[in-house]
Write a protein that binds this ligand. Sequence first.
Ligand SMILES: [Zn+2]
Ligand SMILES: [Zn+2]
Length: 343
Amino acid sequence: MKALLLQGIYDLNKNNAPLVLKDIPKPIPERNELLIKVSTCGVCHTELDEIEGRTSPPKFPIVLGHQVVGKVVGIGDRVIKYKLNDRVGVGWIYSSCGKCEYCLEGNDNLCPDFKATGRDVNGGYEEYMVVPEHSAFLIPEIFSDSEAAPLLCAGAIGYRSVKLTGLKDGQSLGLTGFGASAHIVLKMVKYKYPFSKIYVFARSEKEREFAIHLGAEWAGDTLDASPEKLNSIIDTTPVWVPIVEALKNLKPEGRLVINAIRKEDADKNYLTKINYPEHLWMEKEIKSVANVSVSDVKEFLQIAEELKLKPEFQEYPLEDANIALLELKQRKIRGAKVLKINS
Ligand SMILES: [Zn+2]
Ligand SMILES: [Zn+2]
């Protein structure tokens, strides 16, 4: 079967085609595993972190991709929840220990034994993949394969970020960075919190126009001050400037939630601009989001179905994954990017 392999760590500024198309054996589902014929796989910023070594896969070669949609075409002998031909999705959470304090309280995303799809085990940039049935999700019928893929990471982690802000209806929310996850958050918040106003900070004019088109109250540049101070802000950028700038825009007891698996180091010096009274005092908080739990994905898919929340997306053939990744690196973004694999 066809698979795109990552064979080491690369600098995308020097190598713009780090993934190589190869023929590898089709995996075999064991015990509680499903064999999925992959139909689509979303392209996530985390793939850039993996390729460039900020969250390095523990072994190579590895198949990236953790927003996978496909059909069940094989099952292990212990599978109970799924049958052949079910349409399922797989997100970033591949497995966890099931026994530690975090797993027992439903925060399996924090498990020390957390295994990520497309980093610790092969993901969806290939024709077939296996996954434990516990980490597979039925895809609601209203979504096409391409619409469903970005819901599995960008959507689910966006949902977790909103949960962590503690937002109440009527409170103001800022979004700094406006890519795949933030645009889904905007759509979700507009439905779930109809009295909340959403303020978007984005570097590119196109992203700002897109935010207004989707119903943001205001959209400005990363360095702009929002017209009012905000209850909470979610950051989805890979850099540090927006962190400092966001803190400035928070109300007393406001909370900044950083939704990024890793930050890049290029502008880290900007942190020295933090001025305690302006940026942190008045009980402001900073919280990060780590991974997603199984229940985050499950709950978010339900909400997405209720709200008929369909992400905007652009499709690419599997062979063009390197192009999609490079565009993501260059922040040529409108909605989410999705690879079409088997039709
Ligand atoms: Zn992701
Ligand atoms: Zn655990």
